[in-house]
Every structure is written in C-alpha cells, then in structure tokens.
Design a protein around this ligand. Structure first.
Ligand code: MUC
Ligand code: MG
Length: 376
C-alpha cells in the first residue's frame, strides 16, 4: 500500500474562551489538517497546531513544509516502511508539528488498513485516559469559578495553572485560591512557559510549598543551563521539560544534564513514533511522563488519547485533553465526550479522526468557501 497524496489544509475556527499564557495567546485555532491518501483509497488524518511563539512554525510554514518538502519525498513509499518515512522526516531538523501530523496520519492509515484501533497497535494498555484541564491567565477568582465549573460539569479534578506572570504574587495567589477552593483532593501543577528566571521559580516554590503542587513545568529558559540545574537539584517537586524537550534527543539531553526530571509528551509535535521512543527512554531512566496539550482541537486531542491509553507509562498521570472546550467548534465528526473526568479511546480502526466534511469546507481557508456558519 503506497502513499499517493499528502495534503495540508489550513483552516480557522475561533475560540470562545481565548487562552493566554506566558509565551503567547490563542484567539483562533489557525491549524492545518494533514491528509494522506494511499493508492487504494485509504485516507489518514491528523491535526497540526502551529505555535509560532514557541517553535517558530506557522500555519503557512506547516503547509509549505508538508506539501512542498515532505510530500514529494513521501509519495510512492509503502506505508508500512515506517523507518523510511522517519528517515525522510528526520533529514530536516525542527518543524516538529508538521512531522508529527504526517506521522499520526500515517498511523491512521495503517490502523484502517489493518482494521485495528491504533491505540491497540501501539500497546493497548487501557481503554480511557484521565483528563487534566489547562487554565490560562485570569484573575484568581475567575480561575476558581472556571475550575469549579469544569469539575462539576465534566468530573475533572486535575488542573494545570498557567503561570509566569509578573509580579510573581499573581501566580502564587492564583495557586492558593485554587487549592483553597478545590480542596485537598484536586491535583494541581503549574506551567510557567519560561516566564520566570530560575531564582524567581525558586521563590515561587518557596511561597507555594504548603499547596501540595504535583510538579512545575518549564519554569525558566532551560538553555540557561546552570540556573535550571540548580532549580532541579533544589526543588522538592519534579521540574518538567515541555518545550525544552520536543524531540527524543532533546529529552535525553535534558534528563542527562539535570535540566528536568519529568517529561511532557505532546503527540502534536512528536507524532506517535518519536513519542513512543521518548516513553521507552523515560521508563528506562525511571522518569515519569504525562501527555501534554499543544492547545489541540478534538482531532488533535483524540490522537493524544489514542497514544496515552496505549502505554502503562503514559496512562499513570492525568493527560491534558480538554482545551478543545475553549473552541467555538471543531472538525471531528463524532464529538469527544468527557465523562467522570475521562475520555474513552476510540475502538474504531485507525486513530478515530474522522472529519465532518461540511465543517472542513466551511472552515478551510485555502479555497473560497461559504461564510463560516457555526454548527451546533
Ligand atoms: C503548554 O503546555 O505550554 C502553550 C503553548 C504550547 O505550545 O502549548 C501550550 C501549553
Ligand atoms: Mg507547557
């Protein structure tokens, strides 16, 4: 079964609740849908969410890299020759989100061709994932109201608080208000998206010492190696690498040089193939991982569920799977259901990323389409 066509379709869906964090803000999902069609008509799908402020990829760069650079090298390859595909992608450094989407779309093809859910092909460990919800910058009282609403509506009891604000007291106050309002049983952790210096992060850790935070993600710029190492050595809670470790090699480097002792895994930027290698490495080194969120649509989220549920190591901790709730609409044909704080892994062959074609026609921006209507 050979790859016949690789498409990268830009589309835009607005956010109802924009997400603001230390390194950026998301008002519109200006993503790229990647589609791979085989010579016998199987179509694999994946979502690529550009995060320009973090990785430098844009919607335009993803379309260009997928269609102009990767597609000519991929067309004609057998979909099961996975290492040949990886060699094509690995030849070009960076562009992780474009590569991740190509990889996931190919896994979708493979699952459909074999008539098996991809979560089973990857490992088949469990049938659902516990959800963590990510809270962006807001005044502390609003954050608590939102968290309580999410908890009461969806049964979610794990929250990631976006931090990295100045003055630091805003972050500390938000964490304190959430802990007091959500109670001791809620799981709370912070992600500063490099917004602090290492010493500022130490100060926040000191001031939140009594709040039972699970861990701290990307507190400072990991390239300032000595400051980060000092922080990891002194912190009582794990320090997680997110954007400092998007690839297998970078994850290895951060763990071995003392830049982190916990890893965020994002299928949007690692695909399934590289993410699985990171899981194996982390497991061997006694390092926990958790499935993160690149501010994913439902198409991206279902891929994260498929991956997270496949392995014991990824399903241990709650995964960030609910920020599609902030969007006005989505492309996934069967909307994701969050029930009792969990999302079920699809049982259908492939990844389960079937797209609503009418919505795609309405939201894609590469053709003159009818004015987007909101679908209910
Ligand atoms: C996160 O964990 O940092 C914000 C930017 C991005 O790439 O992902 C999000 C969430
Ligand atoms: Mg992060």
């Amino acid at each position: 079964m050979k790859i016949q066509r690789v498409e990268a379709i830009p589309y835009e869906i607005p956010y109802v609740t924009p997400l603001k964090f230390a390194s950026g803000e998301v008002l519109t999902a200006d993503h790229v849908l990647v589609r791979i069609t085989t010579d016998d008509g199987v179509v694999g799908t994946a979502d690529a969410p550009p995060r320009p402020y973090t990785y430098g990829e844009t919607q335009k760069s993803i379309v260009a890299v997928v269609e102009d650079l990767f597609a000519p090298q991929l067309v004609g390859l057998d979909v099961l020759d996975r290492e040949k595909v990886q060699a094509v992608l690995a030849r070009t450094i960076h562009n992780e989100t474009a590569k991740g989407a190509v990889d996931i779309a190919l896994w979708d093809v493979i699952g459909q061709a074999l008539g098996q859910p991809v979560t089973k092909l990857l490992g088949g460990f469990t049938d659902s994932m516990r959800v963590s919800h990510m809270l962006g910058f807001k005044p502390a009282a609003e954050l608590l109201d939102l968290a309580l609403e999410i908890r009461d509506t969806y049964g979610i009891t794990t929250f990631k608080l976006k931090t990295g604000r100045h003055p630091l007291s805003l972050d500390v106050e938000a964490a304190r208000v959430l802990r007091e309002g959500l109670g001791e049983d809620a799981e709370l952790y912070m992600d500063a998206n490099r917004g602090w210096s290492a010493n500022e992060a130490m100060e926040v850790l000191r001031r939140t010492d009594d709040l039972g935070l699970q861990f701290l993600e990307e507190p400072d710029d990991a390239r300032e190696v000595l400051g980060r190492r000092r922080l990891v050595e002194r912190s009582m809670i794990p320090i997680a690498a997110d954007e400092s470790a998007p690839t297998l090699g970078e994850a290895a480097r951060e763990l071995l040089t003392g830049g982190a002792n916990l890893l965020a895994l994002k299928t949007a930027r690692s695909g399934f193939t590289e993410a699985a290698k990171i899981v194996g490495m982390a497991e061997g080194m006694g390092v926990d991982v958790y499935v993160g969120n690149q501010i994913d649509t439902q198409v991206g989220t279902i891929a994260s569920v498929v991956f997270g549920a496949a392995f014991a190591h990824t399903s241990r901790r709650a995964a960030e799977l609910s920020n599609f709730l902030d969007m006005a609409d989505d492309l996934l044909a069967e909307p994701i259901i969050i029930s009792d704080g969990r999302i079920a892994a699809p049982r259908v062959p492939g990844v389960g990323t079937t797209v609503d074609e009418d919505k795609l026609t309405a939201y894609r921006t590469d053709r003159s389409a009818p004015a987007p209507t909101m679908f209910s």
